[in-house]
Design a protein around this ligand. Sequence first.
Ligand SMILES: C[S@@+](CC[C@H](N)C(=O)[O-])C[C@H]1O[C@@H](n2cnc3c(N)ncnc32)[C@H](O)[C@@H]1O
Length: 398
Amino acid sequence: MSKHEEAQRWLDLGVQASNADQQPQAEQAFLRALALDPDLVDARLGLGLTYMATRRFAQAVEPLRLAASSPDAPGFWSACLAQSLYMSGDFAGSAEAFEQAARVEPLGDNARATLIQTRCLAEMIGGGVESALEHYQAASGCDDDGLAVFAEEASAILAVFGHVGAAAQVERWRQVRAPEDRITAYRLNALEGAAVDRAPADYVAAHFDAFAERFDHQLVEMLGYSGPADLIALLLPHRSRFDRVLDLGCGTGLAVPVLAPLGGAVTGVDLSSGMLARAAARGGYEALVQAEALTFLAEHPTTFDLVFAADVLIYFGDMTAVFAAAARALRPGGYFVFSTERGEADWTLLSSGRFAHGDAYIDRLAAPTFALKARASTRLRQEGRDQVEGTLHILSRL
Ligand SMILES: C[S@@+](CC[C@H](N)C(=O)[O-])C[C@H]1O[C@@H](n2cnc3c(N)ncnc32)[C@H](O)[C@@H]1O
């Protein structure tokens, strides 16, 4: 078999694996094909699509760029490149690639909508937030409400990719139009590094009410979130049976499948009625309560064997009151199990509006009342180009 034929055989195997959604096998097969024949354009495309399918968008850019620049490349290949550039935060590059795709064949509705967005984001980064939004409205034909929804999304995307100044400008634009909006007020604080020590309850409720419908899809399928299962895996070697379990900041109830097997009744508490409605639809809770976490803990002294908080304490900066409240609500020997985003200082407000904490700070707060049973580093979820580094903590009440 000639080198070219062998490369072609690996390409066919890659396509088969890719069609069967066996991405690791597809990746290996395309790489072998390219090692034998670097000019095999279809293998470049296959490799790029495999990276896209596994959400490695930055890695997808190079093979897709090579494939899309080959003679007679269909417009779809440039559109894939454009999508990968968008997901990697290169909005100007993405717009250029969409425009290249449009020169070859008309863009579909989704691609056209993304082109309008990516042009707007690139213009915002260049400093023209006001004019970028005017251009967005003219190109998309959306009404003022649609423009406000896009502006909120744009500010979050810009912050995720580190364009904090542009994101703050968008929030100021939003604040002029909706001075009472709690989400805007807090996001501006976060983007400007204001001295706040926790996310206010009205922000948390408004933010998660708006997010509730998309939460499960976005967190689990798009961002690779597995916080509850990771915490339970770290807890089980220490204790596996709990009579009364509190899922603090239960959200849509993603934790209930791993909390229910602990054998006890599970109570879920959350500020957001939208998130609680989804937790109720999922089922598995003995009770679901709409309440602020610290208030609820204070009202339930010596009640729970496990206080479980997955991806929740990231909305508190100063955790002194959290530790005191958890210690009070736990029965003797009970467990306090939670995740944090990794920081160096005691606590830091991030441009995302969440907080990062240092492990030494957690140790200091825990020392008088809790024993550290286990701790592990983790990747909490994908954010922009990066993985958010976090820590899982398993403490027991002394
Ligand atoms: C990122 S979600 C995590 C949800 C769930 N624990 C999970 O792992 O899927 C954070 C949840 O915590 C809730 N939350 C944040 N701060 C809170 C507070 N102070 N009191 C009650 N709930 C809070 C939010 O409403 C939201 O539903």
